[in-house]
Every structure is written in C-alpha cells, then in structure tokens.
Write a protein that binds this ligand. Sequence first.
Ligand code: OSB
Ligand code: MG
Length: 374
Amino acid sequence: MRVDAITMRELQMPLKHFFETSFGRVTHRRVLLITADCEGVEGLAECVAGEGPFFSSEWIETAWVTIREFLAPALLGAKLDGARDAGKLMARVRGNNMAKAALENALWDAEAKHKQQPLWMLLSGTRSEIASGVSIGIQDSHEQLLEKITTEVNAGYQRIKVKVKPGWDLDVLDKIREHWPDITLSCDANSAYRPSDLEHLLKFEQYNLLMIEQPLWHDDIYYHAELQRELKTAICLDESIHNVRDAEIAIELGACRIINIKVGRVGGFSEAIAVHNICGDRGIPVWCGGMLETGIGRAHNVALSTLPNFKLPGDVSASKRYWAEDIIAPEIEVSPKGMIAVSKEAGLGYEIKTDLIDRLTLRKETLRSRAATA
Ligand code: OSB
Ligand code: MG
C-alpha cells in the first residue's frame, strides 16, 4: 500500500449543547479530517486535538503544522505492508500523538477498504455490538444536569459519567444519588484535584462510583498510586496514559484499576491495541474514551471498542447528542438497551456525506509525495 496523497481539512461544527470540563467550555468543534489516498483507495480519519492546549499540549494548530511539515512527508511515497508500519516512519517526531493517530488511522481505514474488510475485523475485534455510556459536562445549574441525566437514563445508556471539579462535585453527586440510587455512575475530574484534597476525595466514596477518572495532574502516575492506596473507589487514568509503557508503569505502581483508551491520545490504533492487550494480560479492564468526535472519529471508536478487553461501557454515544447533522450516514445510534451495533461494511463502515463536509470546510490542503508531484 503506497501513500500517494494526504489531504487535511478543517471543519467548523457547532455543538448542540456546550460541553464543559474542569478545564473549560467548548461550544464549537474545530475538526481536522484526514484523507489518505493510497493507490486509489481513500482512508479517512479525524484528529481529535482540541481547540486549545487544555486537555493536552496538542491542539488543532499544532496538529495541522506538524502533519504538514513532518508527519505527512514521512509517509508520502512510502510503501507500507500495512497501517501498522506508519508508526515507525513517524517515530522521529516526538509526542504529537493525536496528529500521528489521525494519519495512522486513515491508513487503517484504507487498508481495511483495500482488503474489503470491516475496520473492526482488521483490528481483531470480536464484538458485533458495543456497550454505550455518556459523559455529561458541567452545566449552568443542578436542575439542568438532572434534566440531562433523566434524558440519558431514559435513552438506555449503560453508564452515566459526570464531569466534576471543586465546587461542582459532592453536592452534584448527592443529588444524582438521591434521584438514581442504583445507576452505574462515575465521575471525571480532568486533573482538578491535588493530593492535599485527600479528605475531600474520601467523601466521594459514599456515592458508590464505578470509578473516579484522572483526579490528579494530567502527567502524573506516582501520586495517583498513593491516592489509589487510600481510596476504595477505582481510579481510572485517562490523560496520564500515552503508550504501553505508561500503562505498564501505572498498573505496576497500582495507580489505577481501570484505563480509558483514547486512540488519539496513544497515537493510533497500533498503540491502542497494544495498551488494550497489556491491560487484558494484567486483569485491568479498559473502555473507549471520547473527544467529542464527529461520525468519522466515532466510527473509529466503535471499531476499537469491539476488542475483547473493552469490558466497560465507553464514552462512545449517539451522534445526535452532539450534532444537528453528523457527517456520516447512517448516524451512530444507540438502542434502548444502550448498545451500538457494529457495521458490517468495509473500512470504517459508514457513508461519508461529502457535500456536507464541503459546506463545513474552512480550509483544505493536499500534500503529495515528491514522486507524485514531479
Ligand atoms: O476527559 O474524557 C474526557 C471530552 C473532551 C476532552 C476530554 C474528555 C471529554 C469527554 C467527552 O469526556 C466524551 C465524549 O466524547 O462524549
Ligand atoms: Mg477523561
């Protein structure tokens, strides 16, 4: 499989409802889409980098220039046995995992289409449907949050996760448990607490949470291990895990009992599968995180979630929760039992609404191999 051209495209898409975490609020997504042209077959992927360097140091502008200046040139003209080879070619660039993942994942889609196989099969997935949960942001009021939870519980989602931060935590959890004593509930702090908040964090124990996600610094493993020794509630790491070594160290130190895998955060499907495997070997269940993706990133998340150690409901939920109109057809839908059926079609398994994408596009740039432009 030869990589002939790579097209980057930035889309602007308004979210139906703002999404707020401990690090800020977003109302629109700036979406970076990648199309990799591989000998006449187009592979697609989405770069999940955010609008600013808040979740991670990467954001859409760093991804755009890093792909243009370094990552795309490393791939263009290369002849690969498969998408798995992409990582080695890009390894000279440090970090920038979300940018790398977008390119590698576009190649996985192209490879699956070349082989006329669904992407999830190429990834060695085993499920025909996946369990779906929701992540609900910080709202303007408790009433607004309870309304949102009512909607999602009624829709059938198997797990509710709420964002927390100092000042939006115990009162909120208290009200949720008052209304729903038995739902599967977890919370995500996105690094909003410090070890000195231990007394406060111990009060979370009474709410019977499935997990507390990333309570401490975004780049910490060690202090999470200290905290996990004090907490009965499982810690789940998100921001801290960028590769297999991070996962091994976190498990070895006892820093978490659950890991959230985001394919962008770990640099692509190859590393995501490796993290999934090591966690499975060590008895650590994983689930698939979300980054407010359009249908393209969402379809990739569905495919990844079919691997056997994705044992907990992920943050992969219906398109209509985010978008007035998604850029894939059919949109990602969730059954009344909280399941998403996996597509049997080749590649990422959905039709792409190219006209809608064109209308939403703010900028577009195509990079070609020297041989192809000569
Ligand atoms: O920490 O999981 C997170 C969105 C943006 C940045 C970080 C996170 C999230 C989510 C959204 O929780 C999950 C989703 O896509 O529904
Ligand atoms: Mg998280």
